[in-house]
Design a protein around this ligand. Structure first.
Ligand code: ADP
Length: 266
């Protein structure tokens, strides 16, 4: 309040900068709150499998010590919980690395057609296991964008994996790559379309938040961490790419990624 009185005394110009200071603090408080929410969520997500592991260790040391069948079953569950913790830690580390790189511009030219073909090849075994057919609509030549190849692979791997896992009732997924040119430049548009259950519209704006899941049980059953789309968003921000999610309940979802690629086709 003392500072405010001083600012009011100092005239109109200074008042304006004072208002800006307040806005900054509000923004900083918002970021602080987001950070502590994130730490609380991450700790909770790690604690759950850890508590289960501890419970099984106690059971194996005590009541189930001589029960061979129970031991095998419990060890299998423990392995799954340990794998879950490892996935969470990997995703958390990816996010933290991406945050550190957020302001470093991407400078390399990457062939997005090659990235998409690579991702489809990598995920074909998963799709086969889920009886999903992946259809490629990818041009034969190269389609260049500025970017980091490994990060772009991660983006489309996350999106295609989601389409296979959550869209599997539709049994078909289309991976599409198009160029959309106009006088203002050239856009490269990559999309992943599934014909699964779709996502109710009220969830769409929050889908890329860390740990946000439409259905936690389905996500867990599909080995999800709730961080996949947050990672996608971070990578796309660094690439100045835009993600648009279109979804219709009962018809399926399309995740569209648009890059501005002014340097032309090569
Ligand atoms: P997860 O690790 O849970 O898959 P993501 O961040 O990748 O986390 O996705 C967040 C949530 O968005 C998922 O839990 C799921 O509920 C929903 N989702 C993502 N992709 C699809 C899709 N293609 N169809 C239906 N729901 C989806």
């Amino acid at each position: 309040y003392k500072a405010m009185a001083m600012a009011l005394d100092a005239g109109a110009g200074k008042q304006a900068s004072f208002v800006l200071l307040f806005r900054d603090q509000t923004e900083m408080r918002r970021i602080d709150r987001m950070r502590s929410d994130f730490i609380a969520n991450a700790s909770h997500e790690l604690r759950t499998p850890l508590a289960s592991l501890r419970g099984f260790i106690e059971t194996l040391q005590g009541p189930a010590r001589n029960d061979e069948a129970a031991r095998d079953r419990f060890l299998q569950i423990m392995q799954k919980q340990a794998e879950r913790m490892a996935r969470l830690i990997d995703d958390l580390l990816s996010l933290s690395r991406l945050e550190m790189k957020a302001h470093i511009a991407v400078t390399q030219s990457v062939d997005l057609a090659n990235v998409l073909n690579h991702v489809v090849d990598t995920l074909t075994p998963l799709a086969n296991g889920l009886e999903v057919t992946i259809e490629r609509q990818i041009p034969a030549g190269s389609v260049k964008v500025m970017g980091d190849r490994d990060e772009l692979i991660q983006v489309f791997q996350n999106l295609l994996e989601n389409a296979c896992k959550y869209g599997q009732s539709g049994k078909r997924v289309i991976v599409r790559l198009e160029e959309d040119g106009n006088s203002a430049g050239r856009d490269v548009v990559a999309s992943i379309q599934d014909f699964g259950p779709g996502i109710p519209s009220e969830h769409l704006p929050r889908l890329t938040e860390r740990f946000y899941r439409v259905d936690v049980e389905t996500s867990r059953a599909q080995k999800g961490t709730g961080l996949g789309l947050a990672i996608v968003k971070h990578i796309l921000t660094r690439h100045r790419g835009r993600l648009v999610i279109r979804s219709q309940v009962g018809e399926g979802s399309t995740f569209v990624v648009r890059f501005n690629a002014p340097e032309g086709r090569s």
